[in-house]
Design a protein around this ligand. Structure first.
Ligand code: FES
Length: 96
């Protein structure tokens, strides 16, 4: 893994398969969606108002910087959403 976040301690528990832009990835049960993505990537999504990428800011549900899209059309705030098996995250080309 080579993302923005690093897991500092191995946590027991089942793994959760999901995808980021169609690429298989893996998280742990209980991981937040922002952690699951940023353990693999350096950004969550392309910035919709200019060049660059976004990777969250407050990490506590206040700033709204971590919204991500899923292939099924849902938009989720990644820092307050637990990863679910089979989630298909679409980043819009961030960190590609
Ligand atoms: S990182 Fe601020 S609301 Fe998610």
């Amino acid at each position: 893994m080579s993302g923005l976040f690093r897991r500092l301690a191995t946590r027991p528990g089942a793994t959760v398969p999901f995808t980021i832009d169609g690429v298989q990835a893996e998280a742990r049960v209980g991981d937040l969606l922002i952690s699951a993505i940023l353990l693999h990537r350096h950004a969550l999504r392309r910035f919709e108002f200019g060049p660059g990428e976004r990777a969250g800011y407050c990490l506590m549900g206040a700033c709204q910087d971590c919204w991500v899209g899923l292939a099924d059309g849902r938009r989720l705030r990644a820092c307050t959403t637990l990863i679910e098996s089979g989630m298909a995250v679409v980043t819009g080309g961030a960190d590609a």
